[in-house]
Design a protein around this ligand. Structure first.
Ligand SMILES: Cc1cc2nc3c(=O)[nH]c(=O)nc-3n(C[C@H](O)[C@H](O)[C@H](O)COP(=O)(O)OP(=O)(O)OC[C@H]3O[C@@H](n4cnc5c(N)ncnc54)[C@H](O)[C@@H]3O)c2cc1C
Length: 181
């Protein structure tokens, strides 16, 4: 298997095709990651949520990280990692354009885009308030990797399992575990 870098444009193209990612934020040295739906447009990821832990944490610390991928098999995949900044899109006239864009983009991707972000949530026997809003993540840095299976190598050219490449350490990992009586 070979892993290579994607260009910035290839990485942004993956974000434009993807709609499910992992959003990580951090508060007082504690990381927190959640799955979320998003729609990409022109260096921003748009999404929708009610207020809970992730929103409170991103309000306190807007520096976030997002991961998205396309996986065909363990040897064939692409993934991107974004370092970005959280921004709320408040329900005021100045932000109407951005909120409309978010709604339109999310709707294009999924007819029920609002449901995961606007679900009745009961935690510890308490229902949380359903105050929903749009937010976006500005893509400040992005990297992408692509893994491809290497073409079949002739038997004699393959690295030896006991040689210096893929050597004893790999044998140790792959060796079946002996059961002691
Ligand atoms: C495929 C998918 C897509 C989703 N898309 C969206 C979306 O677009 N917008 C959106 O707002 N939410 C989405 N969700 C739900 C999201 O992952 C969070 O569960 C939700 O947003 C609540 O997050 P919170 O920080 O407000 O949690 P809170 O309700 O404040 O949760 C408190 C605690 O519950 C636990 N918890 C929270 N979420 C999860 C979870 N998913 N799994 C296990 N434990 C959890 C954590 O320990 C957390 O500390 C999606 C979930 C999935 C699986």
């Amino acid at each position: 298997m070979l892993i290579q870098e994607l260009s910035r444009q290839e990485s942004l193209d993956l974000l434009a095709r993807a709609h499910l990612g992992r959003l990580a934020c951090a508060h007082k040295s504690q990381p927190y990651v959640v799955p979320f739906y998003f729609a990409y447009d022109n260096e921003y990821l748009y999404s929708f949520s009610t207020v809970g832990q992730k929103i409170e944490w991103m309000r306190a610390n807007p520096k976030v990280c997002v991961e998205a991928d396309e996986v065909v098999s363990p040897q064939q995949w692409m993934s991107v990692i974004v370092f970005g900044r959280y921004e709320e899109l408040p329900n005021i006239p100045e932000w109407r354009g951005a909120r409309e864009l978010a709604r339109k983009k999310l709707l294009e991707r999924n007819a029920i885009w609002w449901e995961p972000g606007y679900a009745k949530t009961i935690l510890h026997d308490r229902e949380r308030p359903l105050a929903a809003f749009f937010y976006r993540i500005h893509v400040e840095q992005i990297t992408g990797h692509r893994a491809t299976p290497e073409p079949a190598t002739p038997h004699r050219a393959r690295p030896s399992m006991t040689g210096p490449i893929g050597g004893e350490w790999l044998q140790k990992i792959l060796r079946p575990v002996r059961k002691h009586p």
